[in-house]
Ligand binder design. Structure first.
Ligand code: SF4
Ligand code: SF4
Length: 337
């Protein structure tokens, strides 16, 4: 397994890391067991966030007494100094530690700089030793490019999978050129990609640290399996990636849920990508009475536009929903998937 050095942080870990968002959905015992098994299997980098309900607490419990053996990154959505300090103290208490390896501004709407109190609060926390390195996460490519140009952050976290555009790939390369650690989120593109070997083989071509979102032992086993059996890019995998790219590229919903809640309670993060999900997972799961009712809610969209203002990918959500509903109705009427 190749090691990744996260730019000037000098943090060097195997290119196979743990994204701790999904562990909020399992019990504490299950989460602790997953995290410890990940460590035993070779993972050394764990990414969590204040916004992931009890994820930090579970990470803290798992690594109590062995803090120095792992690297932990977390995030805050704060935009003021006061909220930042409150969040950081909560993070440290949850993680049962007196430092966090990388503290990131979460889903930044812009590149915060010395004129912003939130950036100065981050720098101050680093001086105090509570934060070893300062990072930021972004979903918009323009914001991410500004972050790299600014030189103000030691790491950047950004969505990156084999559906990446040329511009995304350039971003990863510019991080390397500027010695900024690149942390790749959504390596499975929000669950749309299911071929873990292809995802890992793609990632291995870049200086990027993937944080795979893991909820089950079976998922963890897949990722741990690459420690002894590396995923290399082959002609066969290239062909599979090309096939997926042809099917999925363009304006597609990543399922992140940032656009929610919807004014009329549409489950946007599933309904806006139903056409892909229904063709990529056993379709019966998406044709139940429950999902039929959920999809029919799309007809009640009042076009308030609220969701559009929140989508980091600037998708035309009402249009996307309509397209998905049309396709769904055709499938219900017998169109083959
Ligand atoms: S535009 Fe439609 S989908 Fe978006 S929040 Fe408003 S009602 Fe919901
Ligand atoms: S529409 Fe946009 S914000 Fe909403 S789930 Fe999809 S990608 Fe995320």
């Amino acid at each position: 397994m190749k090691n990744i050095r996260l730019g000037k942080t000098d943090i060097t870990v195997p290119q196979n890391a743990f994204g701790a968002l999904p562990i909020q959905r399992v019990s504490e015992d299950e989460a602790v067991s997953l995290l410890r098994n990940a460590y035993d299997g070779g993972m050394r980098f764990f990414d969590t966030a204040r916004a992931y309900s009890d994820s930090e607490e579970k990470v803290g419990k798992a690594f109590e007494g062995m803090r120095e053996k792992v690297f932990i990154s977390s995030k805050t959505q704060a935009t003021t100094k006061a909220k930042f300090e409150e969040d950081l103290n909560t993070t440290l208490s949850n993680l049962k530690t007196d430092y966090v390896d990388i503290y990131q501004l979460h889903c930044a709407a812009k590149c915060y700089n010395e004129e912003d109190e939130i950036y100065n609060a981050l720098v101050e926390a680093k001086k105090q030793g509570k934060v070893r390195h300062i990072g930021i996460t972004a979903h918009k490519i323009g914001v991410a490019e500004d972050i790299v140009k600014s030189g103000l952050y030691e790491t950047l976290q950004f969505p990156f999978s084999y559906l990446a555009s040329e511009r995304d790939i350039e971003l990863v390369k510019s991080c390397k050129e500027n010695d900024i650690g690149f942390i790749a989120m959504k390596g499975l593109s929000g669950g749309l990609l299911t071929n873990s070997r292809a995802c890992m083989a793609f990632m291995s071509q870049f200086d990027a640290l993937p944080i795979w979102g893991i909820q089950r032992q079976s998922e963890l086993n897949e990722w741990l399996g690459f420690f002894g059996n590396e995923a290399e890019m082959t002609e066969e995998i290239k062909a599979e990636i090309e096939k997926d790219r042809n099917e999925l590229l363009g304006e597609f919903c990543r399922g992140c849920g940032y656009c929610m809640p919807c004014t009329v309670d549409i489950t946007i993060n599933q309904c806006a990508r139903m056409s892909q999900m229904i063709r990529r997972a056993p379709s019966q799961n998406w044709l139940t009475d429950y999902w039929q009712q959920e999809m029919l809610k799309i007809d009640s969209c009042v076009e308030c536009g609220l969701c559009k203002t929140r989508c980091p990918y600037e998708l035309d959500i009402p249009e996307l929903l309509k397209k998905n509903l049309k396709d769904y109705k055709e499938i219900l009427a017998g169109k083959p998937v």
